[in-house]
Design a protein around this ligand. Structure first.
Ligand SMILES: [Zn+2]
Ligand SMILES: [Zn+2]
Length: 409
């Protein structure tokens, strides 16, 4: 199957009308978390009748649909490719005023996962229609619980990567702040690890007029914040950075009472497992010892978030080539630096080489720079771009099945 990428543009365009309708139906009934039964039902209905093996996730409403290519064309090269679309929404109340806006108060598809899963259905349809020529196996991964719920990890723990072990994996995320149709990504780290910090500093409370008879944890907590910032700035190399933000400090009840403890929340973002490990160990040590120096204790709990999203340079070279083939002028842009947000496709990329890319969906006539961003209650997308997204999924999958990951110098 040597269809040039332009053929996939036509195939994507042919799926667009149905995919827009599916995306709007999902958009109107958004679901948050690991259990998105209405969304799963819509996706399963849209895939009904296609030559796909469905394998359900035990711990989520996610599922994979497996397409085993036919013996036509070049035959089966024995390779397997995974394409992923997430499907969960955010706990936000939509303010777009769209006719198909969310009908569920407090839930909104503000991260575009409605379009991701709809595009993946479009790609599954287009590839199933050409099944005889597909030279290998394609796993379509429909995943809930991306927004902080570790949905991808649960699906991997459910054994869904072992049904047909992928040789490569690909995911596409929309961005309203990139020109419509432009694909944006980079080799190496794309997105950060996302650990949550919970620090409790304990002293001994009492009368605010007699601090010497208490152990006041408030100045100690302040000192810990300063010490943590110095620790990050002075020990983490700028070439492999970490971001630490203390985002909440809570203590006390009245002007004349020294509280017995202070709680702090924060987040740690890094771009490599090494820096992540060093920062986690170091900040725990610094917080504990600053507290000890003042006769307090500090209890540091780190809730492990997503790993670093690491793009394989070979997969990026392949996606770049295909995106440029579809539009030599504006098809591809290399991101100059990673972003410190996180993504649970990182769990898949920890197991399988591959990459994630963004595709611009800035609405026609809008300024990408000032459009409401992802996670905003007014975020909207240019739906026509989904045709390009479908085409890219198909082109990436078939190129990988035909040739595997390319060599890069
Ligand atoms: Zn998001
Ligand atoms: Zn997202």
């Amino acid at each position: 199957m040597n269809a040039p990428s332009t053929d996939w543009i036509a195939a994507g365009a042919a799926e667009l009308e149905d995919v827009v309708a599916l995306r709007r139906a999902i958009h109107a009934e958004p679901e948050v978390g690991l259990h998105c039964p209405l969304t799963t039902a819509k996706l399963r209905a849209a895939l009904a009748g296609l030559p796909l093996e469905i394998h359900e996730s035990r711990s989520t409403t996610g599922f994979i649909a497996v397409l085993r290519g036919g013996a036509g064309g070049q035959g089966d090269n024995g390779r397997t490719v995974l394409l992923r679309g997430d499907m969960d929404a955010l706990p936000l109340t939509e303010e777009t005023g769209l006719p198909f806006a969310s009908t569920i108060p407090g839930a909104m598809h503000a991260c575009g996962h409605d379009s991701h899963s709809a595009m993946l259905v479009g790609a599954a349809r287009a590839l199933c229609a050409r099944r005889e020529d597909v030279p290998g196996t394609i796993v379509f991964m429909f995943q809930p619980g991306e927004e902080g719920y570790h949905g991808a990890r649960f699906m991997i723990e459910d054994g869904l990567l072992d049904v047909a072990r992928p040789d490569a994996a690909f995911a596409l995320h929309i961005s309203p702040n990139v020109a419509a149709g432009t694909v944006v990504s980079r080799a190496g780290p794309l997105l950060a690890s996302t650990d949550a910090l919970n620090i409790t500093v304990r002293g001994r409370g009492g009368h605010a007029a007699m601090p010497h008879e208490c152990v006041d944890p408030i100045p100690v907590a302040c000192e810990i914040v300063t010490a943590l910032n110095a620790f990050i700035a002075r020990t983490i190399p700028v070439s492999d950075p970490a971001v630490l933000s203390i985002t909440r400090i809570a203590a006390g009840s009245a002007y004349n009472i020294i509280p017995s403890d202070v709680t702090m929340l924060g987040t740690l973002r890094t771009l490599s497992p090494e820096t992540r490990e060093a920062a986690r160990n170091g900040l725990t040590r610094v917080a504990e010892h600053v507290a000890l120096a003042h006769d307090c204790t500090a209890e540091v709990r780190i809730d492990g978030g997503y790993p670093v999203t690491m793009n394989d340079p070979r997969a990026i070279a392949l996606v770049r080539d295909l995106a440029e083939g579809m539009d030599p002028d504006a098809g591809w842009q290399t991101m100059p630096a990673p972003m410190m947000g996180g993504e649970d496709f990182s769990y898949v990329l920890r197991e399988v080489p591959g990459c994630m890319a963004f595709i611009g969906v800035a609405p026609e006539g809008s300024d990408p720079a000032t459009n409401p961003p992802l996670h905003n209650t007014r975020m909207t997308i240019e739906e026509g771009v989904m045709a390009r997204g479908i085409a890219l999924h198909c082109a990436v999958a078939t190129r990988l099945l035909e040739h595997g990951l390319p060599e890069v110098g």
